[in-house]
Design a protein around this ligand. Structure first.
Ligand SMILES: NC(=O)c1ccc[n+]([C@@H]2O[C@H](COP(=O)([O-])OP(=O)(O)OC[C@H]3O[C@@H](n4cnc5c(N)ncnc54)[C@H](O)[C@@H]3O)[C@@H](O)[C@H]2O)c1
Length: 273
């Protein structure tokens, strides 16, 4: 889709980080926005920064099918169309896989995987019916392409979100659809993701063990050295215009992944340094 001006974009997780940057970039492109997040104050702050753009906001928990359905109903009811859907909301929690409780994994997979699946199920049929050009951007991660110690739960969700993106792109092509898909796989980005515990529903919180704390600190350090969310948003707009499926934010990641795949295909476990 070359022309974005005058079209409608939906962004989940729009209250912070990459989602906020996407919202502001789409606003600058002249798009109408529907912004969604669980965090009311953060969402209002993004809307306030969006300048003259037409902006609607909706408190949405992407892990909840009915909440995403309500978001889609408002989009197609009040804005009459959706041209760009960004299933972006996500959370991080680290720790060895064997220390993750069922509720830890349910929260991670609920937001990072089911959030994407609910977005696909609630929006894509109506985007197909609309019969215009359109683009779905799923925020995955390099953690959806390779695993690192201490981030197993996160990677499980992100690998699955990448599989969902790829399968969606295949199915849309098979159906002769005009919709395109991008799987956004950033490396470290300067956002609040390391502080995802702030968003954990009350009652699900557990006292973090040393493995979880160490992983969270590592993500926090990486984020400090990461790229700016606005840079990611610029790459996403290019990927939409160029119909690019896999979007890495750093060419170094491609070289590392190639090496890791070769190691994997030789039957050995790719190690991280
Ligand atoms: N920051 C990084 O280094 C990095 C790297 C790769 C991928 N990602 C991915 O980028 C996406 C955005 O994260 P970010 O880095 O901007 O983090 P962030 O914490 O700054 O922003 C995430 C936003 O998602 C919202 N959110 C969380 N749970 C939600 C839910 N259940 N429903 C709706 N909204 C919810 C939060 O309130 C927040 O506004 C995530 O999918 C994350 O996994 C981030």
């Amino acid at each position: 889709m070359r022309e974005l001006s005058g079209k409608v974009a939906v962004v989940t997780g729009a209250g912070s980080g990459i989602g906020r940057a996407l919202a502001l970039r789409f606003a600058a492109e002249g798009m109408t926005l529907m912004l969604a997040d669980v965090d009311h104050g953060a969402l209002a702050e993004t809307a306030a920064q969006a300048g003259d753009a037409e902006v609607l906001t909706q408190i949405t928990d992407v892990s909840d099918a009915s909440s995403v359905r309500h978001l889609a109903n408002r989009c197609f009811g009040e804005l009459r169309a959706v041209h760009v859907l960004c299933n972006n909301a996500g959370v991080f929690q680290g720790g060895h896989l064997w220390t993750r409780g069922e509720q830890d994994l349910a929260w991670l997979l609920g937001v990072n995987l089911w959030g994407v699946l609910h977005g696909i199920r609630e929006f894509v049929p109506r985007m197909i019916e609309q019969d215009t050009e359109g683009h779905i951007v799923n925020t995955v991660s390099v953690a959806g392409l390779s695993t690192t110690p201490g981030a197993g739960g996160y990677s499980v969700g992100k690998y699955a979100a990448l599989a969902a993106s790829q399968a969606l792109a295949h199915d849309l092509a098979d159906a002769g659809s005009k919709l395109r898909v991008t799987a956004l796989c950033p490396g470290a980005v300067r956002t609040r993701m390391a502080d995802s515990a702030r968003l954990r529903p009350p009652g699900l919180a557990t006292v973090p063990g040393p493995d979880e704390v160490a992983a969270q600190e590592a993500v926090s350090r990486a984020a400090e050295r990461g790229i700016e969310p606005s840079e990611v948003a610029g790459l996403v707009v290019e990927a939409i215009r160029d119909e690019r499926f896999l979007l890495l934010t750093d060419p170094e990641h491609a070289a590392r992944l190639r090496l890791q795949t070769e190691t994997l295909l030789s039957g050995r476990l790719p190690l991280h340094h």
